[in-house]
Design a protein around this ligand. Structure first.
Ligand SMILES: O=C(O)CCC(=O)C(=O)O
Length: 282
């Protein structure tokens, strides 16, 4: 659980790095699990965003990834409902009800592991009340050299920002240079929680070691999605803690809408041009 001071910090800055949420030996076991899973994958895709090329000075970088790792290995499923994680997730959302949106396993390979440009996660899957956040679980050390995640403290208070859509939603680098962000180096077992409105990015892994993280995106089930831009992730809607007070009302509204129904669910209340695009691995 977060202390009152930590929760205040989150409310002020839109992020909190929770030290030692998991033990280093648990993180080490998940690191092995992660690398084994990526080695097993038949279809190995590079998740590098086209919009990150500028950050890497035109250098070719790569990013290993697996969406929905909990469908490949039960070790990930256990983490999803681990109360050490879900208690903090509920605290940052401000509700005991925590619902899965999606997960992404990333390994930034040594020497040229891909960076991420400055962005909010909001344009990929906008929700009505913005009760959506991410937790990045660190399975090995993440330093500035390894391309750790970087955040702009307090940026979530600006609300949704206009993004450039090309090459995955990202902010204009002239207005949002990466230097505006602060690095969040982490040890194995540390978890970084941040709002989907928090501006964040990450650097190139120029070190000799891979950086291994698992990102879990979660929401308040009572916060209706504004579009159906991201409904493809496996297990979306699974309850990680508490209950869904809508009894899957939003999911059935979206399904009816997708079938051309008239319930006015996701897809009819869009956010202009940002909503429908499905670029990038978010
Ligand atoms: O893992 C990272 O370095 C950043 C990931 C990220 O920003 C994202 O997936 O939206």
């Amino acid at each position: 659980m977060l202390s009152e001071d930590q929760l205040e910090d989150y409310q002020k800055n839109g992020y909190i790095l929770v030290k030692g949420l998991f033990d280093p030996d648990e993180a080490a076991a998940m690191r092995i699990e992660s690398h084994d899973l990526l080695a097993r994958l038949a279809d190995k895709q590079d998740a590098t965003w086209a919009s990150s090329a500028g950050i890497a000075d035109g250098k070719k970088t790569s990013l290993q990834h697996c969406h929905d790792a909990q469908f490949y290995s039960a070790a990930f499923s256990r983490l999803l409902t681990d109360p050490r994680f879900t208690d903090v997730a509920g605290q940052v959302l401000g509700t005991p009800n925590v619902q899965l949106h999606h997960t992404k396993l990333f390994v930034k390979p040594p020497s040229a592991g891909s960076p991420f440009p400055m962005h909010q996660d909001h344009p990929f899957f906008p929700h009505t009340y913005h009760r959506m956040a991410a937790a990045i679980m660190h399975f090995d050390a993440s330093t500035v050299e390894k391309g750790c995640v970087r955040v702009v403290p307090g940026s979530y208070l600006n609300g949704p920002l206009e993004h450039l859509a090309e090459g995955s939603f990202h902010l204009d680098p002239e207005q949002w240079p990466i230097d505006m962000s602060v690095p969040c180096p982490a040890d194995p077992g540390d978890v970084l929680f941040f709002s989907y409105l928090t501006v964040h990015a990450s650097g190139v892994n120029v070190s000799g070691e891979p950086r291994t993280t698992w990102l879990v995106q979660f929401r308040d089930p009572a916060d209706p999605p504004l579009t159906d831009a991201h409904t493809f992730s496996l297990g979306q809607g699974m309850m990680l803690a508490g209950i869904d007070p809508t009894a899957r009302g939003h999911a059935s509204a979206a399904a009816t809408d997708a079938m051309g129904g008239s319930m006015g669910g996701a897809g009819t209340m869009g956010v202009g041009t940002m909503g429908a695009a499905t670029m990038g691995p978010s």
